[in-house]
Design a protein around this ligand. Structure first.
Ligand SMILES: Cc1cc2nc3c(=O)[nH]c(=O)nc-3n(C[C@H](O)[C@H](O)[C@H](O)COP(=O)(O)OP(=O)(O)OC[C@H]3O[C@@H](n4cnc5c(N)ncnc54)[C@H](O)[C@@H]3O)c2cc1C
Length: 382
């Protein structure tokens, strides 16, 4: 849009969709938001985490990790409401750039000026033709399957998320994140504002529970009665204060990293970004951060193409999208791998060797290094 191209966002939901309540954004995401010109809208409201407390549920040992000073930063991740992030991004778009209740059902291409146009079919029968199609349609992406990318697989774990609301204030320190790790479970919470805290739980998936765990009351009961019963009262209290409309329970999915490293990430004038390209387990909190990086890198390639050709030349845009995909391919594949390994270490069970690795090596030495990997600069927009 900054280089004068008209863009249209098609969203199947009837409004900005904020499933998941909140998300933690690391320095790489803040650099991307800087490049997009929206970071100031969020940093004025949300504060960076300064400390993390990791409790081993078996031994009761608590490990404190300071985020201050990591890679020269003033703090760790900043956790924001998803809605606030989406609104900050959407506000900068020209009016009518987002069309809601538009579900893409099929995609095809047709020949155009020696290249191709993407033809998008919507559920209501509308057909839209475009010189460039960017699929940002999440883990079950229609665009990714049109490209022939491998279907994401289940990790064997599920993620539960919710937003707790304390009308009188929760009295917690806003800059402190808490995690509780036990065999096959990892839970945590972080205050968002003086009255709200975001909480989550990752646990082994149980095949027979899929159906009723769509009901928020059942989700809350299942967490309290089974997964959190030996956790500190504070965590249980936070779960009890959940706004039920924010509770979700979903399998954690990822695309196998080699399928991203060697898969078709762009074809003709079609490519993918965000979870549509690189769904990953949330163990490094990087899926959304990487999606923001994608936006900047993609914008830079398209912008360069438009400036050099005086508009969206169909043949050149194909090359621009291919260059973008190549730039993202390995970073995405490595982060999927890192997230999966991180989850495996932290959830892996209670064997002596794994416990020793987790408590004596992972949190003491590796965790800060992993945080370093997310200190990435995707660059600026021209
Ligand atoms: C438990 C959990 C915790 C997480 N925590 C973090 C975190 O702390 N930090 C972080 O960075 N990431 C985190 N993530 C990952 C993050 O949620 C995703 O990576 C991020 O939401 C991806 O954004 P996206 O826009 O690519 O996809 P989505 O957020 O899934 O958005 C896709 C959009 O496309 C729309 N859509 C889908 N299909 C169609 C269609 N056919 N037609 C039209 N519209 C369609 C959907 O309605 C949706 O609005 C977490 C994930 C999980 C599961």
């Amino acid at each position: 849009m900054r280089v004068g191209i008209k863009a249209l966002v098609l969203e199947r939901w009837h409004e900005l969709r904020a499933t998941g309540a909140a998300l933690s954004l690391f320095p790489n995401a803040w650099r991307a938001l800087d490049a997009l010109g929206v970071s100031h809208k969020l940093t004025s409201i949300y504060a960076p985490a300064e400390r993390g407390y990791f409790t081993n549920l078996s031994s009761g040992a608590i490990q404190e990790v300071s985020y201050t000073g990591i890679n020269g930063n003033n703090g760790g991740p900043i956790t924001v409401h998803r809605k606030a992030l989406l609104e900050a991004l959407a506000e900068d778009l020209p009016t009518n750039s987002i069309r809601f209740s538009c579900k893409i059902t099929a995609i095809e291409t047709e020949a155009y000026e020696g290249s191709s146009l993407a033809v998008v079919h919507l559920e209501d029968g509308t057909v839209i033709k475009t010189k460039a199609l960017i699929g940002c349609d999440g883990v079950h992406s229609k665009v990714a399957s049109w490209l022939g990318l491998a279907t994401p697989v289940e990790s064997g774990r599920s993620g539960v998320r919710g937003l707790a609301v304390f009308p009188q204030g929760h009295g917690l320190k806003k800059q402190e994140a808490h995690q509780f790790v036990g065999a096959g479970r990892r839970a945590g919470f972080i205050p968002l504002t003086d009255k709200e805290a975001y909480w989550g739980l990752a646990c082994a998936s149980q095949a027979n529970k899929g159906a009723y765990l769509r009901d928020p009351i059942e989700i809350q009961r299942e967490v309290l009665e089974n997964y959190a019963k030996d956790m500190p009262e504070l965590y249980q209290d936070i779960v009890k204060h959940s706004n039920l409309s924010t509770l979700t329970w979903a399998p954690l999915m990822f695309r196998q990293p080699w399928k991203v490293a060697f898969g078709t990430l762009s074809k003709q004038n079609v490519t993918v970004a965000g979870d549509a390209m690189h769904p990953m387990t949330p163990d490094l909190g990087q899926g959304g951060c990487l999606a923001l990086e994608d936006a900047v890198v993609l914008g830079r390639h398209i912008g360069r193409c438009v400036r050099q050709n005086g508009g969206l030349a169909p043949r050149e845009i194909t090359n621009a999208l291919a260059d973008y995909a190549e730039e993202r391919r390995w970073r995405a594949a490595w982060l999927i791998t890192g997230s999966f390994l991180s989850g495996w270490v932290q959830h892996g069970g209670s064997t002596w060797g794994l416990r020793f690795f987790r408590d004596a090596i992972f949190y003491k030495f590796l965790f800060r290094r992993i945080l370093g990997v997310v200190d990435y600069d995707c660059g600026k927009l021209a």
